[in-house]
Write a new protein. Sequence first.
Length: 246
Amino acid sequence: MSGHSKWHNIAAKKGKTDAARGAKFTKIGRELAVAAKGNPNPDTNSKLADVIAKAKAANMPNENIKRSIAKAAGELGDKEYKELTYEGYGVGGSAVIIKTLTDNVNRTAGDIRSTMSKCGGQMGNTGCVSYMFDDKGVIVIERTVALDEDTMMEYCLEAEADDYISEDDVYEVYTAPEKWSSAHKYFESKGLNFLESEVKMVPQNYIMLDDDKLATFKKMLERLEELDDVQDVYHNVDLPDDEEDE
């Protein structure tokens, strides 16, 4: 099957620093707490169930997941968090989409605008680049000797996946957003090892930047991802395999 995979080898993924992993857990933890507010039961709260699936795929410990859900009734208090999406441009005409979870819209917008501006980018209007992306369920599964391509194709058909990409170390499966949750549960029932599982924005095409622009773009990505209110950053830049995080 066709596609453009942005995943490098498992060893590199597992070699992520503790700091990077901790930052990821913190962001997912906030998602869990916000999703659980008002109804901490994943059996009757489908949004919470989906975030739990995402957390488990990221290898977030169960204790962390339980603790984050418990925060829904405690630490969040009366704070009202909004899910907001910002769009804009990086250097070289690159497209960037930033998903946030915030209790202070002015702070978040200001932080993102300032960060992008300092790295040669700029915020744009809603819709300025989102047409270049598609919402897709993305499930990345570790490839093993037992999980050959014939078996994987059979699983994908059973799970009603749209497509999959086969690499040396992983299979990257794509689904329609509304099919992601059921596909995740199907693959989970097969005892497969997930490296990632979530609905995300996938670019229709990738662009390449020269070395100087690439360094500037990567700096902007790093700074955006360090912002507390930023949950996910999607882009259409072809990053070197050993540095691709998206």
